[in-house]
Design a protein around this ligand. Structure first.
Ligand SMILES: Nc1ncnc2c1ncn2[C@@H]1O[C@H](COP(=O)(O)OP(=O)(O)OP(=O)(O)O)[C@@H](O)[C@H]1O
Length: 300
């Protein structure tokens, strides 16, 4: 279990965390979701005892992150943003190194990492620096698990990794959760939020909301209209000039539109775009996703 109470952290004049409070239950897969610079890494480094908070306190399995820092390092596995691998050591040497640091052996803990490590074992003599992003990620996770931690802290583990590896990685996290490991994972990818039990939406050092992904979207009261046309650039410009437009954001192949007081009808938006000679126009109401909630909370 992770308990965070009123944690604040400054870097000179920049307040990276503003009185953050959060509880992650035992065995939970919990996501910290937020854009670059939101404060995710700072919070994780405080939990990992690598950085001191300016105020507030945090405990992991009842151990205090400042007073009990030595004990904490034995119960927590950490995968920092840029994987903490030794590029010149081989796959096996990296794993062996992390095992030795914790006074254990690969053999002793092989059970926990077997499902992950077997995928990279054929390359065990390859230097870590020569691995693909997905393989580095699997090795870094194996290294973070080698001392059988009770809590895993993963800082943007899927950034810069291909889509297949991202999917596999989340499956590995679900499997680790079955082994009663508490997992705190950060990501800038909103689509990964739905894979967590609960998420905290974090922006500029503040938590905007904490809930299950489905409740976060269910309780979001806005009408989201998804729009597409052949010319995305002109579409965004035209939608922004629509008199009752409140927000207009690009999401992949579509634009998500909200109208002032949710009073814009599909038909009037359709006509507005057709009058402006847009081709292959699609205008439809959709259920909001985490991205929509995030964009809306951000602009408050
Ligand atoms: N060592 C530092 N010195 C000064 N400012 C810092 C330092 N580390 C982080 N910051 C600032 O603190 C804020 C939070 O950064 P943090 O790295 O915790 O965010 P993040 O959500 O993890 O984003 P990222 O994915 O970019 O690391 C940002 O404004 C960042 O510029």
């Amino acid at each position: 279990m992770i308990e965070i109470k009123n944690i604040s952290k400054y870097y000179n004049d920049i307040q990276a965390l503003k009185e953050i409070s959060l509880t992650v239950e035992k065995g939970e897969l919990f996501g910290l979701i937020g854009p670059d610079g939101a404060g995710k890494t700072t919070l994780m480094r405080i939990l990992m005892t690598l950085l001191l908070p300016d105020s507030g306190e945090a405990k992991m399995n009842d151990l205090h992150v400042v007073k009990d820092f030595k004990k904490i390092r034995h119960i927590v596995g950490y995968m920092p943003g840029r994987f903490s691998l030794y590029q010149d050591l081989s796959v096996e040497e990296n794993l062996h190194f992390f095992a030795t640091v914790f006074g254990t052996t690969i053999e002793e803990n092989y059970d926990l990492i077997r499902d992950i490590y077997y995928q990279i074992e054929p390359f065990k003599n390859r230097r870590a620096g020569k691995l693909s992003g997905g393989m580095k990620q699997k090795l870094a996770l194996s290294c973070a698990l080698i001392h059988k931690p009770k809590i895993l802290i993963l800082d943007e583990p899927t950034t810069g990794v291909d889509a297949v590896s991202r999917k596999e990685f989340w499956e590995m996290l679900k499997a680790l959760q079955q082994k009663e490991i508490t997992i705190l994972v950060s990501t800038p990818y909103m689509d990964e939020a739905s894979l967590c039990d609960r998420v905290a939406l974090i922006q500029k050092g503040t938590i905007l909301d904490v809930d299950s992904p489905s409740r976060i979207t269910e309780k979001f009261p806005r009408k989201i209209i998804q729009v597409h046309s052949e010319d995305m650039f002109r579409l965004i410009q035209d939608l922004r000039s629509f008199p009752k437009a409140e927000s207009v954001f690009a999401f992949g192949q579509f634009v998500h539109f909200t109208g002032v007081d949710d009073e814009v009808e599909i038909s009037e938006l359709d006509k507005f775009l057709t009058d402006r000679k847009h081709r292959h126009v699609i205008v439809e109401e959709i259920h909001p996703g985490i991205e929509d909630v995030f964009m809306s909370l951000q602009s408050l």
